[in-house]
Design a protein around this ligand. Structure first.
Ligand SMILES: [Zn+2]
Length: 678
């Protein structure tokens, strides 16, 4: 989910395919499906989201502290504000905790976040060294070196490095270099001419000016300076759709070639301070590196310094005195996503501790809240979905036997992780002090940076988790060809041991199907069984797949959640394919589970087929502010929640049969326009 502060940004965005952008843990019994969620005045064949969820939407307005509200948020709130809170409060009451232990780190971090008197007293003095460094910059080479140092503490600049498995040799880590530095997150915010986007830019200028005034910096109208610079930078960047192409964004070069591509920038100074030593690296886009360095050369040093100062302030604003924190929230939360108020400080302290010490907290969370019995249950469910996927592959009319054989090979090779990591890393080197919030954040960022740098050239650790156990989400990692289900999502309404099968199949099993399908979506399908970016398709089959995907891109591209803001079909294609595939796999896995048995009777007047789709709709019930919806459409590869329900249904014969929908209903597309991929 988009957070206001991001201390560790990813450059190979799109490689990790998660289930959802945003993310309850309820100890009490939850009904399988709550009928008060329904609105029976709306016909299921006309608007399924409306039928299944309008009652829920009316009864569950978005809290002022949030920009959207749905099942992910409910579960996330319970995980943090009930479960993590109870863990943290238990630790916070202890005394004499040994330095470097997880309990000491969590306890002292929490205390440092709550100690607002000390935060106010210290002002921006914890950033003084960095501000002085930026101010003392004499030339572009100096600036390159300083921005390299700033990267070590999580402050962005125009480019940055990630260390992950080599897409073409997935067992070894490689260094990736990519684009970065846009405060508004995505280039369309600098280019769109509609009034709401223009207003975002206007508010951004005012925001930067306010932050500089609060900090006592002397620059005149720094907001416009930064907007102009970032607008120029945005023009050079790949779009988020272009970034989805793993082939075009894989450009391996020898390290010295950086100096040929972009001689204007002092690469040695920039990489040396980051301790990056590598013979090769993979660039997202050589053109960006060349043109970006030219832009820097053509930009005044004063502008670059102003920009770096803002990047520094914005990275740490949430850990500074209230006036900075409030202004940062006003722009990034209120203007950008429609949130009206900050959460209570205690809840923020928990979320912040989760953000910086997520794994140490996750260890305690998993021990206390994840029943071991769930592992076996989920593992059985995964194997059921795998078996059904195999059968579906055999039945595909558009795929040749040759490619089917390879698809089976990949399907067999999928591995999975459930709940929490088998082994825990040693975090004892993170220095956490009770009275130094900002330094604590820097200390954890430095730890992560060092960890990242330490991976360069080493074998990939396939046991590593890329989400914490308490996260309400799931992911597919194409490089490991693995699907991962954190403990956080293995709870109602996704996984409810008290619910009937149909509801769980529409929930967690469809989620499992979704993650499996990522291995065969527009990106995942380009990776082989070993996690390498290597084609395993015949040319004709690839064309068939691409044609089907193109139809689905055009279909989603025609949907308009908000006037003037259509869904970006090409950006969301991977997630949309995964939803369509996940629903299909889960439906047939449920059907298969009844083989040789008496089918279950209807519950509350709904057949198992109908309850399956209600289960899916329940997972995606949600309210969202207009600003957050615009933000999601522009930046998020996931379609808005309403369209994760109403988007695929018109294509699914299984849905039409379940609800007796016919030609002419909104949830029914003419046969020729329907897309069935998996
Ligand atoms: Zn997904």
């Amino acid at each position: 989910m988009q957070s206001i502060h991001s201390t560790a940004r990813r450059f190979t965005a799109g490689i990790l395919l998660s289930l959802a952008a945003a993310g309850p843990a309820a100890a009490q019994k939850v009904p399988a499906f709550d009928n008060s969620s329904l609105d029976k005045n709306i016909k299921p064949c006309h608007d399924f989201d409306g039928f299944a969820n309008q009652g829920w939407k009316k009864n569950n307005p978005i809290p002022g502290t949030d920009s959207r509200w749905g099942a992910f948020n409910e579960l996330d709130k319970a995980n943090k504000e009930v479960r993590l809170k109870s863990i943290i409060h238990e630790i916070a009451g202890k005394t004499g905790l040994a330095k470097g232990t997880e309990e000491q780190q969590i306890s002292d971090y929490y205390a440092s976040f709550l100690d607002t008197a000390t935060i106010e007293k210290r002002g921006i003095s914890p950033l003084k060294t960095w501000i002085d460094k930026i101010n003392s910059t004499k030339n572009l080479a100096d600036w390159a070196k300083i921005t390299g140092e700033l990267q070590n503490i999580g402050v962005s600049t125009w480019t940055g490095f990630a260390v992950e498995g080599d897409l073409k040799d997935s067992k070894i880590n490689a260094v990736y270099g990519g684009q970065d530095g846009l405060s508004l997150g995505e280039r369309s915010y600098y280019e769109r001419t509609d009034s709401s986007t223009q207003n975002v830019r206007k508010e951004f200028v005012a925001h930067v000016n306010k932050m500089f005034a609060l900090a006592g910096f002397p620059e005149k109208n720094p907001g416009q300076t930064i907007l102009d610079f970032e607008s120029a930078l945005a023009k050079l960047q790949l779009t988020n759709v272009q970034l989805r192409d793993p082939v075009k964004t894989y450009n391996k070069i020898g390290y010295p070639e950086l100096n040929t591509l972009a001689p204007e920038f002092d690469w040695d100074g920039f990489t040396k301070v980051q301790d990056i030593r590598t013979d090769t690296l993979v660039l997202q886009d050589k053109g960006y590196i060349t043109n970006g360095a030219k832009l820097l050369k053509a930009t005044s040093l004063a502008t670059l310094k102003t920009w770096s100062k803002f990047q520094l302030l914005t990275t740490f604003a949430g850990f500074l005195p209230k006036k900075f924190d409030d202004e940062n929230f006003r722009f990034f939360a209120t203007v950008m996503t429609g949130r009206k108020a900050q959460r209570p400080r205690i809840d923020r302290a928990i979320r912040s501790a989760d953000g910086v010490l997520g794994m140490p907290l996750g260890k305690l969370f998993a021990k206390k809240y994840f029943p071991e019995s769930s592992k076996q249950k989920v593992s059985d469910m995964i194997e059921n979905v795998r078996a059904v996927y195999g059968e579906r592959i055999d039945q595909l009319a558009w795929m040749s036997p040759e490619t089917k054989q390879m698809a089976h090979k990949k399907l067999k090779a999928f591995t999975y992780k459930i709940g929490y990591p088998d082994s825990w890393k040693d975090y004892s080197a993170i220095d956490v002090q009770r009275d130094k919030l900002l330094e604590n954040v820097i200390s954890t960022t430095k730890f992560r940076t060092a960890e990242k740098i330490g991976k360069i050239g080493k074998p990939v650790d396939r046991s590593e988790w890329l989400m914490t156990p308490q996260t309400v989400n799931a992911y597919y990692n194409p490089l490991n060809n693995e699907i991962v289900f954190p403990a956080g999502i293995l709870q109602p309404p996704f996984f409810n041991p008290d619910a009937d099968d149909a509801i769980n199949y529409g929930g967690i099993i469809a989620v499992i199907g979704h993650e499996f399908t990522h291995g065969f979506d527009d990106q995942g399908s380009q990776f082989d069984a070993d996690g390498n970016l290597q084609n395993w398709w015949t040319e004709a089959d690839r064309k068939n797949f691409d044609d089907l995907a193109k139809h689905y891109i055009d279909y989603f591209g025609s949907l308009e959640p908000l006037s003037g803001f259509k869904i970006n079909g090409a950006l969301t294609i991977g997630e949309n394919i995964a939803d369509l595939g996940g629903l299909t796999l889960a439906y047939y896995a449920l059907k298969k589970s009844f083989e040789g048995k008496t089918e279950p009777a209807a519950i509350d007047g709904f057949t198992w087929q109908q309850r399956f789709f209600l289960g899916w709709a329940q997972v995606w019930h949600a309210n969202i502010t207009d600003a957050a919806l615009r933000n999601q459409i522009q930046t998020d590869p996931h379609s808005p929640a309403r369209f994760r329900i109403n988007g695929p249904m018109p294509h699914l014969k299984e849905f039409h049969d379940a609800w007796h929908c016919g030609e002419g209903d909104a949830m029914v597309l003419p046969q020729a326009q329907r897309v069935v991929i998996w």
